[in-house]
Design a binder for this molecule. Structure first.
Ligand code: SAH
Ligand code: SF4
Ligand code: F3S
Length: 434
């Protein structure tokens, strides 16, 4: 039995896909190891959303290639989002891997591997499918509290900075019947929470079922107590969906709402399809219907032509909305994206860094202030595991905030009530109450 080692980079979709790959290989009698030196086959499931993700993988390939010195017939493969970018380099044999397989070709992996063994030739399969949703492959889930479930794949939004529509291809949604089946199996094996996953999750549409319908349908599965989803796009939040998040008891009151930028000219250049005002209005509607809503976001600084004034609009929205937390990124030019073809990456690196550091600092203060408002509140917390400090455990509240409390005989996957008596910018700390 050949042993496979897989290393995963990038977003939760890749983590999910690694489990899909494992499930497919397991059926074909492969086994797995956590140690690259014990493996006969090494796969890197890669990300190319920003240049540093890309570089990390290149460095890792070079390190892992050294293992070939001891093991001549070691196979190495690249899966995931870098596959497309590597096509040219592969043809020129610059990468030195045996297999390259894009995100829609994992069902062919057993065949690909045996071809390489039989012929000694390199194999690459990069075709993106309009249909593949791996609906019939249930991933091998590691026992845990939360299970991720891909409900749609691909992205048709073509934000000009983003490589995902090219690496992942067109949007396609999975049959809700199939999703519910997977959720039932997860519930049976003890999962309490699921996170519905998609590059553009709220544009889910399968025949007459939209994303709001899907949340309702999935919430009927007994013993799943919390439903989360990521990553949505602001353009796909009709009143119906906001109402479901507001009124469905299992839907967590947390929405990740990527802003990217606060300036209308930059938003237009990014092809985000909303203005600052439309974004702020959407936040108002959400907060009106869901008073305790936790809001988080993604921001890019230093998009081509972004001036100090443009950047200040982003700062203004951050101050205005007061997100609970935010991921901040410096614009990273990606090959073949619309932004790369049309605009010059003209904001100097030190300016990008200055803006990002300033935003991170600002957001840290806002996050701290928001957490202070939770002092004295009691939350239902789903326990995820040991906290960093011994005798302390950690879990999350409905709003996805990390809560730390004394262990006191409590176990992973239980719900407990915790009254908050101390906070940091990222954590709520408290005591168990009835
Ligand atoms: N589909 C999701 C997530 C896409 S990638 C969404 O639309 O929200 C996650 C985040 O990475 C994006 O929200 C964006 O903030 C950031 N990102 C994507 N491409 C980038 C690039 N070229 N440079 C810098 N940040 C980028
Ligand atoms: Fe990329 Fe935009 Fe699609 Fe998100 S919505 S994956 S940022 S193109
Ligand atoms: Fe990266 Fe692909 Fe996810 S580019 S962020 S692994 S969709």
């Amino acid at each position: 039995m050949n042993k496979v080692y897989i290393e995963t980079y990038g977003c939760q979709m890749n983590v999910y896909d690694t489990e899909i790959v494992k499930s497919i290989l397991q059926k074909n009698n492969y086994s797995f190891t956590d140690k690259p030196e014990d493996a006969e086959i090494i796969f890197l499931n890669t990300c190319s959303v920003r240049e540093n993700a890309h570089q990390k993988v290149h460095q890792r390939i070079n390190v892992l290639k050294q293992l070939r010195r001891q093991k001549k017939d070691l196979l190495m493969g690249v899966l995931g989002c870098m596959a497309q970018n590597l096509r040219q380099e592969l043809l020129e044999d610059k990468v030195g891997v045996d297999i390259i397989a894009g995100p829609d070709s994992y069902k062919k992996l057993p065949q690909i591997i045996s071809n390489v063994y039989n012929t000694g030739e390199k194999e690459f399969e990069l075709t993106l499918s309009e249909f593949e949703t791996y609906s019939d492959v249930f991933p091998t889930h590691e026992a845990s509290v939360n299970a991720w479930i891909a409900v749609m794949r691909g992205c048709d939004n073509f934000c000009t900075f983003c490589v995902v529509p090219y690496t992942r291809g067109r949007e396609r949604s999975r049959d809700p019947q199939n999703i519910v089946e997977e959720v039932k199996q997860l519930a049976d094996s003890g999962f309490k929470q699921i996170t519905l996953l998609g590059q553009n999750v709220n544009s889910y549409q399968f025949k007459k079922y939209d994303f709001a319908d899907l949340i309702e349908k999935v919430s009927e599965v007994n013993s799943i107590e919390r439903i989360r989803f990521t990553s949505p796009h602001p353009k796909d939040f009709p009143a119906k969906l906001i109402d479901v998040v507001a009124n469905n008891e299992k839907a967590c009151k947390h929405i990740h709402l990527p802003l990217q930028a606060g300036n209308d000219r930059i938003l237009e250049m990014m092809n985000r399809t909303y203005t600052q005002k439309e974004f702020l209005d959407l936040v108002d509607v959400m907060r009106d219907k869901i008073p305790k809503l936790v809001l988080t976001t993604d921001i890019i600084v230093g998009f081509p032509t972004e001036t100090d004034e443009d950047y200040k609009d982003t700062l203004k929205v951050i101050e205005n909305v007061e997100f609970d937390s935010a991921f901040m990124f410096k614009y990273s030019e990606r090959k073949n994206t619309i932004a790369q073809r049309k605009f010059k990456d003209d904001v100097p690196e030190d300016v990008k860094t200055f803006r990002m550091v300033q935003l991170v600092e600002k957001q840290r203060n806002i996050g701290y202030k928001k957490n202070q408002q939770h002092l004295g509140e009691t939350f239902s917390v789903l326990i995820e595991g040991q906290a960093k400090k011994p005798t302390q455990m950690m879990g999350r509240n409905d709003g996805n905030k990390i809560v730390v409390f004394p262990e006191n005989g409590k176990k992973v996957s239980e719900f407990v009530n915790v009254k908050i008596n101390e906070v940091t910018p990222n954590t709520l700390i408290g005591d168990l109450v009835k």
